[in-house]
Design a protein around this ligand. Structure first.
Ligand SMILES: NC(=O)c1ccc[n+]([C@@H]2O[C@H](COP(=O)([O-])OP(=O)(O)OC[C@H]3O[C@@H](n4cnc5c(N)ncnc54)[C@H](OP(=O)(O)O)[C@@H]3O)[C@@H](O)[C@H]2O)c1
Length: 329
């Protein structure tokens, strides 16, 4: 594979709104030991990219300053010591950053094969959401078959995958979303019920079901005490974002009296080894279902790489259902 010295990328020219995303020409990165260079076909757009763009989510010190946490494409070069992949392999990968570009490097063991029969646009929409849902719903949240699971933002990139994986696990799945159309999409994906939070009180709705054993929340703020109210005895709350803020005054008594657990995590700063372990678990337990078509990403829209600003505008409008991707090649 011929690798050019320069490539088109989209950079965060200064912190601000979508308009700060600007096409630039930069050198193609090189794969170091244990890394692969990916010729990107499609790259996924995620909320954390918007947080980074706004100056609220700094990349780790060794990561590319370019946004972009996941991509699909072909291996263009392998670094020293890489045996799993060869040039030309079709892969989807979690990136430390740098996905808004024609080429990106990542750790070889943070990549997975493109599931059999899956197109590159769909493959690009997998890693950030699947890694996040796997680690927070099943590892931290320990969701088990038969439990009642509530996910807020059910129509988000994260939510659409959380619904499908929880259903696959045999849980009873509930979701909240901001419109009837979004709620219908959640039910179509496998939620037993979805509550339009503009009309329905999710606390009452979940209490009527006996309470949630696990809640995956990205909203925070006023949802935090309400989440505790909605949990069943021994229930768990896993926080993956705070779209409505992280400062809250609340009575913690029921954490003790009802034996509740509050936890959370962010994916990006986790160790190389932790991310590699998530990749291997997903490949063994989830990838066969993607290849079989039982589950899959929900695709909202596609933009050209150089139109990344438009993609962010769409994401921040919250009009989308599922994933937004950028077409690179
Ligand atoms: N911790 C981690 O490791 C990790 C990793 C990836 C993503 N995340 C976080 O997970 C969340 C989902 O990510 P994503 O890429 O799937 O994003 P996304 O598709 O843009 O979804 C975000 C959803 O949140 C709802 N929302 C937006 N602003 C809101 C607000 N101010 N208050 C309440 N709800 C709001 C919207 O749904 P409605 O219209 O239904 O309100 C929207 O669909 C993001 O907050 C992201 O930062 C965390």
């Amino acid at each position: 594979m011929q690798i050019p010295s320069d490539m088109t990328a989209v950079e965060i020219s200064s912190y601000g709104g979508p308009e700060v995303l600007k096409p630039v020409t930069v050198p193609v990165p090189q794969a170091g030991p244990g890394q692969i260079l990916i010729r990107i076909a499609y790259t996924g757009v995620n909320r954390p990219d918007a947080l980074q763009r706004a100056g609220n989510y700094a990349p780790p010190p060794d990561a590319s300053p370019l946004p972009g946490l996941e991509a699909a494409g072909h291996v263009a070069a392998v670094g020293e010591g890489v045996t799993r992949w060869a040039v030309g392999d079709a892969i989807t990968a979690l990136l430390p950053g740098g996905g808004y570009a024609e080429y990106a490097v990542t750790a070889a063991d943070h990549a997975l094969p493109v599931p059999d029969g899956m197109s590159m646009d769909r493959a690009a929409a997998l890693c950030e959401t699947f890694f996040t849902v796997w680690t927070n719903v099943f590892k931290r949240g320990e969701l088990a078959a038969g439990e009642r699971f509530l996910v807020h933002g059910g129509s988000s990139g994260i939510g659409t995958i959380a619904i499908q994986l929880a259903k696959l696990r045999g849980a009873r799945v509930f979701a909240t979303a901001g419109s009837d159309e979004k709620c219908a999409a959640c039910v179509e994906l496998g939620a037993e019920a979805a509550f339009n939070y503009r009309e329905t009180d999710f606390v009452e709705a979940m209490r009527a079901e006996g309470g949630a054993d696990l809640i995956l929340d990205m909203v925070g703020g006023p949802y935090i005490p309400r989440n505790l109210d909605a949990l069943a005895m021994d229930g768990r709350l896993v926080q993956i974002a705070f779209l409505q803020g992280s400062n809250v005054e609340m009575d913690m008594m029921q954490v003790m009296t009802r034996r509740l657990t509050i936890t959370g995590s962010t994916l990006r700063p986790q160790s190389h080894t932790a991310k590699a372990a998530i990749a291997r678990a997903l490949e063994a337990e989830v990838w066969p279902h993607l290849a079989g078509g039982t589950i899959g990403p929900v695709m909202d829209s596609e933009f050209a790489l150089v139109e990344a600003a438009k993609a962010h505008e769409r994401m921040e409008s919250s009009a989308h259902i599922g994933k937004i991707v950028l077409k690179v090649a």
